[in-house]
Ligand binder design. Structure first.
Ligand code: ADP
Ligand code: MG
Length: 329
């Protein structure tokens, strides 16, 4: 900022309109920088549902930043706000407050027409219920080709691309089968092919393995990993299944509608055996807030307020009781 802001006694209109312009420019800069470098950017997202006059805060100021090409899982218990988040990211629902952009689309200000294009081209989704992903009266090939027909692709293109996708996801054998003739795992792999049909920038999966046994789930996670590696699509999986962290580079824990901790796996995802080195971090939001793990707060009886001290290479946290205050060096 330069020093043009209006002071008392300024020549009225010019100075104040300059100040207004500067404020607007600063606001734009903040808006641009919040999502810079991220394909998915959520800033203090809030979603409140009101049921019979009672408010339910499903998202309570959630921050989430995903870079292009990342393979990330958001893990949390039932009711922690995972589906609420994905419904917003998929353009089905709108947040109550906060900011959210996906692949350059501002999901709060998007007009209905842009929303439709966004849902057809920018994002692909896979739902938990296998039956919700595929049309039961179409074969695997027909299901995968359908979104391409809507997008006006030629018959030749549809055929080649469908074959490529089914091959890539390891379900070429299901080509001419109807969903009812496939296993749950096969249906989810075909669903991934459908979601990828129009080459979206982002693939969103809500509990994609929720109805599958562990071995089949590992296979479907493998297919999502392949999709990410081969097509470069950014993949975000939400699930209550902690096993997912063995299959992805980044696992973010969501608790009470907020991201709390994050696990990064060394050298990207491993072979799915969970042998890669992983390190857990707490999430620090843009306002400097972090959530202490419950084990820590109970072990030291931390509540209501704590004392902080800046040390050369770390921050100390002490219980905020007056006695502790005197004992502290
Ligand atoms: P998850 O997918 O992690 O299980 P949800 O996002 O579905 O969690 O739900 C988060 C919270 O919001 C829960 O308390 C749930 O009951 C509530 N909730 C979700 N959808 C609605 C809705 N349409 N109306 C009212 N409350 C809802
Ligand atoms: Mg859910």
């Amino acid at each position: 900022m330069t020093g043009v802001s209006g002071t008392a006694g300024d020549a009225g209109g010019t100075a104040s309109s300059l100040a207004r312009l500067e404020q607007a420019a600063a606001a734009t800069a903040v808006k641009e920088s919040f999502s810079a470098g991220s394909v998915i950017a959520c800033d203090r997202l809030v979603r409140i549902y009101t049921v019979e006059g009672v408010e339910i805060q499903a998202l309570q100021g959630l921050d989430l930043f995903i870079r292009p090409g990342e393979l990330t899982a958001v893990v949390g218990a039932s009711g922690s706000g995972k589906s609420t988040l994905l419904n917003i990211l998929s353009g089905l629902d709108r947040p109550t407050a906060g900011q959210v952009t996906v692949a350059g689309h501002d999901l709060l200000t998007m007009k209905p027409r842009e929303r439709l294009g966004y849902r057809r081209k920018t994002v692909g989704f896979i739902w938990q219920q296998t039956g919700r992903n595929l049309l039961s009266y179409l074969t695997a090939t027909e299901n995968v080709a359908l979104p391409m027909r809507f997008a006006g692709k030629t018959r030749r293109f549809r055929k080649t691309h469908t074959d490529e996708l089914l091959e890539m996801l390891g379900v070429a054998r299901c080509r001419d089968r109807y969903p009812g003739q496939m296993s749950g795992g096969e249906q989810q792999c075909v669903a991934i092919a459908v979601a990828l049909a129009n080459r979206p920038e982002v693939l969103l999966a809500d509990e994609p393995t929720g109805e599958l046994d562990t071995a089949t789930a590992a296979h479907v996670f493998g297919a999502l990993r392949t999709a990410n590696a081969e097509s470069g699509v950014t993949v975000l999986i939400v699930t209550h299944d902690h096993d997912v962290s063995a299959h992805v580079e980044r696992t973010i824990a969501i608790r009470d509608g907020r991201t709390s901790t994050e696990v990064l796996r060394d050298g990207g995802p491993d072979d799915g055996t969970g042998s890669g080195r992983a390190e857990e971090f707490a999430v620090l939001d843009r306002s400097g807030r972090l959530q202490l793990p419950r084990e820590f707060t109970t072990a030291l009886g931390l509540r209501d307020r704590v004392r902080l001290a800046l040390e050369p290479d770390h921050v100390g946290v002490w219980p905020g009781t007056p006695q502790q205050r005197e004992e502290k060096p």
